[in-house]
Ligand binder design. Sequence first.
Ligand code: GRF
Length: 209
Amino acid sequence: MSKAGRLVVLVSGSGTNLQALLDASADPSYGARVVAVGADRDGIAGLDRAEKAKVPTFVEKLADHPSRAEWDDALAARIAAYEPDLVVAAGFMKILGEPTIGAFPVVNTHPALLPSFPGAHGVRDALAHGVKVTGCTVMLADSGVDTGPIIAQEAVSVLPDDDEASLHERIKSVERRLLVDIVGRMVREGWTVSGRVVRIGNQTGGESK
Ligand code: GRF
């Protein structure tokens, strides 16, 4: 079997998506392993999960840099040091700049069915809009807010008594499974992007645009 794909996972919070990737990569047949976890803040459960799994971590805070551009450069350099095949933004609450998205393929996950309800409050906004079906989207990151080419989506029904927390929890259990599945398939099978259409497979690895 070929060498496991190298994943750098970026987190800002509880890191349950990260945990799902860590758990999946314990099986060599998954084909990918988490080589580092980066964050934009400290004191978060996501970093604790990485440390528990003995995965190296790094923190690059925006406030520690004179400008956003310098933070973008510093973050990209931290990521590059781990030579990732794929970067996974798993609940990373910052827009990634050109130094990162120009250098690495980045998979992002969002708790709504894009292009509806992008941004930091996708669950709250869907609920407030009164939709009866929402879900999650796994996409390639680009320079916009949740605007990149969609790789996979799955629907989740909104229940009459849902609040933001209950709905988000149900979405997250679907999201974790979808993210693990898609990341593994991308690393094992490769992918292509044609316009906005992403296709997994028919490649021995890597990306062609
Ligand atoms: C996920 O729903 C992600 O899509 C959103 O924040 C949540 C992160 O959850 N941006 P976790 O930190 O992986 O538990």
